[in-house]
Design a binder for this molecule. Structure first.
Ligand SMILES: Cc1cc2nc3c(=O)[nH]c(=O)nc-3n(C[C@H](O)[C@H](O)[C@H](O)COP(=O)(O)OP(=O)(O)OC[C@H]3O[C@@H](n4cnc5c(N)ncnc54)[C@H](O)[C@@H]3O)c2cc1C
Length: 387
């Protein structure tokens, strides 16, 4: 048994029940399909409908828009259960925590009523398309353009690394609606892409890990969307909108990271208690004991820090720099802990059939996406300069 950490005050009975239900769902509906999903590099489309029926999509969106009527704590409970189960299959984080909240925060009443209920049921899958071949960390270098022509935007450009990109029906596209330089010309335009002329999905990208989640290139070639599908009332607000929402997005990556740490330590402890070397359990070796003690300590520290960030997020007190700290430190710690755990498995740790091997490959991207860890440190340093 790994050592339990203190229960945070925000984790009430309702959230614990939700986490249990979510764990049962991922175990029943996702785990049996892992091998096939890995092979095809994506989950099946119907997992979205099943997750919607189980109340796992848009849990923090008000009931009047078809959501679960919960708060950020509900997303945390689901995200932890998902990460801990190693079930993959789809990115609820992008769909429910990111895109649904852009719509809730910046959408018109008509947009909320049009998109959110179908996202909550899983009929609509959402993605966010920021990254381009020439613009990753530096979002101000985005070139995808949305030129106004009558009642339409005519969108041209290419996006890459887009999570949920294969299944997505609704894509939040970060694009330029004017020639204003840098951040000023950026807007968020929603595109309903099913059968939309000028829209094309590229290949499913062949990633190092996270093989059950679809990641795609997207291409827009004179793709027309109605002007009313701009998110928010004015053009040029995209960069500000992105900056406002980023703390929660980064925190949810850290939340998943803590669950990964807990699972990695749990798997490793079980293995070293069982595995015999020189006639005794691996756990009897002092090195094993010290390594695991360090991993458990780091996991506990990460859990306490992230729980405190969640508490702050629930009261709207989570600042950009603290969220950046959580994102970089937790994902960095996951890398170190999982590497140390894998070593204790010896050659078995290098075999895909062992969960620790898949965790090792799946977690690596945590230091890259959601804003790379170097960018997180830059944000923290800027906040330090200002104080
Ligand atoms: C599996 C996966 C899923 C993704 N999902 C999405 C998605 O759904 N939607 C989306 O829009 N994007 C997505 N991304 C893209 C991801 O957000 C970018 O890869 C990330 O922002 C980094 O951009 P880049 O790859 O262009 O690297 P670059 O920006 O080229 O960075 C290269 C290196 O330079 C460093 N660097 C950059 N700027 C600085 C700086 N100022 N100071 C110091 N070092 C710096 C970086 O940290 C990195 O180490 C995904 C990526 C992956 C791998």
């Amino acid at each position: 048994m790994a050592i339990p950490t203190p229960k945070p005050a925000w984790l009430d009975a309702d959230l614990e029940l939700l986490a249990d239900n979510a764990t049962r769902f991922f175990t029943r509906e996702c785990l049996p399909h892992q091998a096939r999903w890995r092979e095809q590099r994506r989950g099946d489309r119907d997992i979205w409908l099943k997750a919607g029926a189980a109340g796992l999509l848009c849990a923090s969106i008000p009931e009047e828009y078809g959501g679960g009527g919960g708060h950020f704590g509900h997303e945390v409970a689901i995200t932890q259960a998902h990460a801990h189960s190693l079930a993959g299959g789809f990115s609820n984080g992008v769909h429910s925590v990111i895109v649904a909240h852009y719509i809730l925060r910046y959408g018109t009443e008509a947009q909320k009523r049009r998109w959110l209920p179908k996202m909550a049921s899983g009929e609509t899958v959402a993605a966010i398309a920021m990254t381009e071949p020439g613009a990753g960390s530096d979002l101000q270098a985005i070139r995808t353009s949305a030129r106004r022509d009558g009642d339409s935007y005519v969108i041209n450009g290419a996006k890459t690394f887009i999570t949920n990109g294969y299944h997505a029906d609704l894509i939040c596209i970060v694009c330029r609606t004017s020639d204003a330089p840098g951040a000023k010309g950026l807007s968020l335009v929603m595109a309903e892409v099913k059968d939309l002329p000028g829209f094309r999905r590229g290949r499913l990208l062949d990633k190092m890990g996270q093989h059950t989640i679809d990641t795609c290139e997207l291409f827009f070639d004179d793709m027309r969307v109605p002007v009313e599908d701009l998110l928010g009332t004015d053009e040029g607000q995209g960069f500000r909108q992105l900056m406002e929402q980023l703390p929660r997005e980064r925190l949810i990556i850290a939340v998943g990271g803590v669950a990964t740490l807990e699972r990695a330590v749990q798997e490793t402890l079980a293995y070293v208690l069982e595995r015999k070397v020189y006639g005794q359990p691996l756990m009897a070796m002092q090195n094993t004991r010290f390594v695991l003690a360090e991993c458990q300590t780091l996991t506990t520290v990460a859990r306490c820090f992230v729980d405190d960030c969640v508490r702050r997020a629930l009261t709207d007190e989570l600042d950009l720099a603290t969220a950046a700290m959580a994102k970089w430190w937790v994902t960095d710690t996951v890398g170190k802990v999982v590497d140390a755990c894998l070593q204790l498995f010896g050659g078995y740790g290098y075999m895909n059939e062992y969960p620790i091997c898949r965790i090792f490959a799946d977690q690596r991207v945590g230091r890259i996406y959601g804003g790379s860890n170097e960018v997180m440190k830059e944000l923290i340093a800027r906040a330090m300069e200002r104080t």
